[in-house]
Design a protein around this ligand. Structure first.
Ligand code: G4P
Length: 191
C-alpha cells in the first residue's frame, strides 16, 4: 500500500537489522487518516470472505482493526493480555511467547463474543515471528470459529511469521513487506 510505505520511508526509523520504529504513526502517536485508508484497503481485499468479526490483539492493532471493522460493518473484538479482574468468567486462554520482546503473556477471549458461526479477520500491526497471530488463531479455534484471513500493516518478511501462517492455509495480506532493515536502511519486497 503506497501511502503506508511512503509513511514508513519518511517517518519510520530502522533501529537495527531487526527492529523498525513507527512510534510516530502506529505504536504511540496514531495517524487517523492513514488508519482510515488502511481499514478501507483491508475491507476491500477481504470483502468477499463473509467476515462477521474483526479480531485484534491489544494494543497497537486496535486502531487499524477498528477502522477495518467500521469499513466492513462488523464488530471488533480485542484479545486481552490482562484479563479483567472483575469479568473473568468463561474465557478462552492461551499463552503467547514473544521472541521480539523476550516475554510471555496470557491472551484471553470472552466466550460470549465468538462462536462457531463466526468468520474472523485478524488484524495486527507487525508480523515478525508470528507468535501473536498464532496465539490468536489458537483462541479462535477454541471457539470453533473460522479464521477467514489475516491483515498485517508491516510484515518483516525476513522473519518466519508469514511462512508459519501460510503453512496452515491462512491468507496473509500485508500492506508493507520489508525485505531488509539496517541502520538507516528500509528495503521493501517488490510488489
Ligand atoms: P514475535 O513472534 O517475534 O513476538 O512477533 P510478533 O509478530 O508476535 O510481535 C510481538 C510484538 O513485537 C508485537 O507487539 C509487535 O507489534 C512487536 N514488534 C515486532 N517487531 C517489531 C518491530 O520491528 N517494530 C516494532 N515497533 N514492534 C515490533 P505487542 O507485544 O503486541 O505490543 P503492542 O505494540 O501491540 O502493544
Amino acid at each position: 500500500m503506497k501511502a503506508l510505505k511512503e509513511k514508513i520511508l519518511s517517518e519510520g526509523i530502522a533501529v537495527n537489522e531487526d527492529i523498525l520504529k513507527v512510534d510516530g504513526f502506529v505504536n504511540h502517536q496514531v495517524d487517523p487518516e492513514l488508519m482510515k485508508q488502511i481499514g478501507e484497503e483491508f475491507a476491500a481485499y477481504f470483502k468477499d470472505r463473509g467476515i462477521t468479526k474483526v479480531v485484534t490483539i491489544e494494543s497497537s492493532g486496535i486502531a487499524p482493526a477498528l477502522m477495518t471493522s467500521y469499513a466492513l460493518g462488523v464488530p471488533m473484538i480485542i484479545l486481552k493480555k490482562q484479563p479483567s479482574k472483575v469479568l473473568n468468567e468463561n474465557l478462552f486462554h492461551t499463552v503467547v511467547t514473544s521472541f521480539t520482546k523476550g516475554t510471555s503473556y496470557e491472551l484471553t477471549l470472552s466466550q460470549k463474543f465468538i462462536d462457531e458461526n463466526d468468520h474472523v479477520l485478524i488484524i495486527d500491526d507487525f508480523l515478525a515471528n508470528g507468535e501473536a497471530a498464532t496465539g490468536a488463531i489458537r483462541l479462535l479455534r477454541k471457539a470453533h470459529a473460522t479464521v477467514a484471513g489475516i491483515g498485517i500493516l508491516i510484515e518483516k518478511s525476513f522473519q518466519p511469521g508469514r511462512e508459519k501462517l501460510t503453512e496452515q492455509g491462512i491468507d496473509v495480506y500485508s500492506l508493507a513487506r520489508i525485505a531488509k532493515l539496517g541502520k538507516d536502511l528500509i528495503e521493501f519486497l517488490p510488489e
